[in-house]
Design a protein around this ligand. Structure first.
Ligand code: PMP
Ligand code: GLN
Length: 386
């Protein structure tokens, strides 16, 4: 019998797969995994099909189709006032997950330390582990999930090689501020510390606020891999296309890993996205579009026994269920799915030490009727919870 020694012994199926499977099994409304339940623009599908019919069906260039890299450069310059050259500073990736893995893999060697905020999106730590690195977590503050930069300084060491940022933040829906960026500048100035900045929700920032990217700050930009995803931009999470922005030196290393991890990304979709990106409206309207959903859902949920936390961006909001039950968040989300027909994500799974303060994450990137049906069910939860 062959024996395989796991490189990730403590990992099972992701919570997103688990909760979506449970939702399907029990025909629950799925507000767990972050994906829209409405379709992407038909024009984008038509464009992809037209490129397939025209024979754009072989390998794309390793670093991405020229037109798409040019459109990304234009979009980033308009939106972030930040210039990245399409030839040597932009790489098209198979979604943000691959870009994050690639960036971590090209920086981290055994025993290097990586600073991650806690709670964090699930794909950072396993990538660091696989490279032999050590994750050093810094807890976001309990009341509003802000960063205490003195805590960050405390975990800093000569082994620190990378800091992973994520704004708007998944799972807390918090956005980081100019003050955070100034602190990050101070902390990294004069060091060879890199930053991976996961900005997949950069177009989904609410309340007329601007997205604050590390790319806006030259001192951060020079050390950063800025990662985004078309999945969030055009409601195509299943197409898995994203990109990485980074200065030439960093991009050169990024592409060395990228070319042996995936080599290149779906060709007809890249051409279609390049054409589609000419319509700025498609992404400029996103924040308003999702804000309407957030407003509806947050207001309606506030009339139920859940206590709703503010959401400054992303597809998500957090709510506390102390007024309903004292069960663990994992038990609570299971019961909510099976007995009440609404699937959500327990917040504890995003914490390294599984801290459970009875918060759950709701995804509101759903049709209005889906949200209404979910609220109708959530209004009744108090009646039967133990
Ligand atoms: N980072 C964050 C914060 C996310 O929420 C997600 C999920 N969309 C990803 C990365 C992964 O994006 P993709 O599906 O493009 O790999
Ligand atoms: N980003 C999505 C979420 O946070 C999940 C993506 C996935 O299933 N890996 O829900």
């Amino acid at each position: 019998m062959i024996n395989i020694i796991s490189k990730l012994p403590n990992l099972n199926n992701s919570i997103f797969s688990t909760m979506t499977a449970l939702a399907n099994q029990h025909q629950a409304i799925n507000l767990s995994q972050g994906f829209p339940d409405f379709d992407c623009p038909k024009a984008l599908v038509d464009l992809t099909y037209s490129y397939m019919k025209k024979g754009y069906n072989q390998y794309a260039p390793m670093h991405g189709v020229q037109q798409l890299r040019e459109r990304i450069a234009e979009m980033v310059e308009k939106q972030q006032q930040s210039v990245y050259h399409p030839d040597n500073e932009i790489t098209v990736t198979a979604g943000a997950t691959q870009a994050i893995f690639t960036a971590i893999a090209c920086i981290i060697r055994p025993d290097d330390e990586v600073i991650c905020f806690d709670p964090a999106y699930d794909c950072y730590a396993p990538a660091v582990d696989l490279c032999g690195g050590l994750v050093k977590t810094v807890s976001l503050l309990p009341n509003d999930f802000s960063i205490n930069w003195d805590d960050v300084k405390k975990v800093f060491s000569h082994k620190t090689k990378l800091i992973i940022m994520n704004t708007p933040h998944n799972p807390t829906a918090r956005t980081f501020s100019d003050e955070d960026m100034q602190q990050l500048i101070k902390l990294t100035r004069g060091t060879d510390i890199f930053i991976v900045s996961d900005e997949v929700y950069d177009k989904v920032v609410f309340d007329h606020k601007q997205h604050i990217s590390v790319a806006n700050y030259p001192e951060l930009k020079e050390r950063s891999f800025v990662i985004s995803s078309f999945g969030k931009m055009f409601h195509i999470t299943g197409w898995k296309v994203g990109y990485c922005l980074a200065p030439t030196k960093l991009t050169t290393e990024f592409r060395k890993v990228h070319q042996y991890l995936v080599f290149s990304v779906n060709t007809p979709i890249q051409y279609a996205l390049a054409d589609f990106l000419r319509h700025e409206d498609a992404y400029l309207s996103l924040a308003d579009f999702f804000q309407q959903k957030r407003d509806y859902f947050a207001d309606a949920l506030a009339t139920t026994p859940f206590e709703v936390l503010p959401s400054g961006g992303s597809y998500f909001l957090l709510a506390n269920y102390d007024r309903i039950s004292q069960k663990s968040d994992i038990e609570f989300t299971k019961e909510l799915t099976i007995k009440h027909g609404v699937a959500t994500i327990p917040l504890s799974v995003f914490y390294k030490n599984r801290l459970d303060k009875h918060f759950i994450r709701f995804c509101f990137a759903k049709k209005q009727e889906t949200l209404e049906q979910a609220i109708a069910r959530l209004t009744k939860v108090n009646e039967s919870f133990g």
